[in-house]
Write a protein that binds this ligand. Sequence first.
Ligand SMILES: *Cc1c(COP(=O)(O)O)cnc(C)c1O
Length: 432
Amino acid sequence: MNYVSTRGGIAPVSLEVAIAAGLAPDGGLYVPERIPVVDMTHPKATLAQTAEQVLSPYFAGSGLREHLSQLCTTAFDFPAPLRALNAPDDYLLELFHGPTAAFKDYAARFLAETLSRLREPSQPTTTVLVATSGDTGAAVAAAFHRRPGFRVLVLYPDGRVSPRQAHVLGSFSNNVQAMRVDGSFDDCQRLVKQALVDASLREKVTLTSANSISLGRLLPQIAYYAHAALDFHARHGMPLNFIVPTGNLGNALACWLARSMGLPVGEIVLACNANDTLPRYLDGEDYAPRATEATLANAMDVGAPSNFERLRWWHPDDAELRSGLRALRVDDAAIRDTIANAPRRHGVVPCPHTAVGLRVLERLRAAGDTGAWAVVATAHPAKFESVVEPLVGHAVEPPAALTAALAHPAHAQPLAADYAALRDHLLRGAGA
Ligand SMILES: *Cc1c(COP(=O)(O)O)cnc(C)c1O
C-alpha cells in the first residue's frame, strides 16, 4: 500500500516515509491510495489480534509488516470493553484503561513503537515536540518515557489544564520534560509549528512531532471499532452504531474508515461541544472553521478540525459526505446536566467528553431511535475531577495508573510564549 497527500502535490510514498514525516511536504495529510476491504465476520480472540488483522492491508509491502504483530501486542495490551448501560441497546465503549486514562494511549503507544522500529541505532537523539491541552501530551510522554533514542518536550498552557492533568504531565522524569507556557494552547501550538519549520534549528536538533494528524496515530484507532463491531455482530447479528466525541476528527475518522473497510459499523454520529464547525457543515452550511471556544470538554475545543481535509479528499462531493455522517452540538449547560444525571440514567459517571456523547444518545432516544448505539468513552472521569465531582456529589476514584502518576513528584519548567526562548532551550538540550 502506498500513501499520497490530500493536496495532491507529491508522488506516492511508502508507509515508513508517511509515518516518519508526519505532515506531507506539500502541507497536506497522508492518506492511503485506496481504502482496503477486509473480509471478517468475527473478532479475533484479543484486541491486539484484531488490530493486526485490520491493519495488515495498510502495512502490505512495507518493511514494517514483519513487526506488525509485535507493534499490536505492545500497543493494544489493555482492554477496550463494551459496557452495557442501564437501557437495552445502550452501550459504552471504554477506551480509557491505558496508562494515562484516555483513548490517545492506544495511538501514542503504536506511534512510539513504530518510530522506534524505524530508527537507525546511529541516528542522533530525536526530540518529540508536543503541544497539548492535556491528554495528547500525557499519552505521548508515557509512550516515549525511557525509550532509547528519544526525548520528549511537552508544552502546555499554564493554569489551563486540570490540576490532575498538570500533575501527570510533570510526573515523568528521565527523557521527558514538561514546560508550562505562559499563554494559551494556541500559543503552544504556534511555538511547536515554528520550531518544526525552522531549517537552521533542524540542522542541529533532530525534531519530530506526534500530533494527531500523523498517519501513525490515525490508523491504529481503527482497531477498537473493528473489535467492538465484530464482537457485537457475532452476538446480535446486526451492525453497531457509534457516537464519537469529536474535536480534531481523528478518532471519528478511524470509525468511518472501519465502516468503509466493510466492518459491521452502522451509523456514525459526531458528538461536538460548542465548537460546532462540523455540525453546521453537515447540516448544510458552507464549511467555515471558527475561532476556538473554551468548553468543559476541553480536549474537543477545536474550531478547525484538521482531519476534515482527509474526509474531504475521500468525498469531494458535499452531498455524498453528508449522507454518511451526522453531527450534533452539545453546550456546557447540557454537559453539566448529563454528568449530574448519568449515574441514575445510565449507571456510569462520565468525563465531560463522554458526557457530550451520552447527551447525543439521550437526544436520539428522545426522537424515537431504537437502534443499538455505543457511545465512545474517551477519558476516565477522575482525570477531570474538578468538573465531575461537584456535579455527581462524590469523589471519583482514579484508576491505578493515574494514582501511580499522581504519587510521583511533578515538575514543569516555566517558558515564555516566545519562540526565541523555546529555540534556546532546544539548542541547549541538543547534545543530551
Ligand atoms: C482528544 C480527545 C477527544 C477528541 O478526539 P479527536 O480525535 O481529536 O476528535 C475527545 N475526548 C478526549 C478525552 C480527548 O482527549
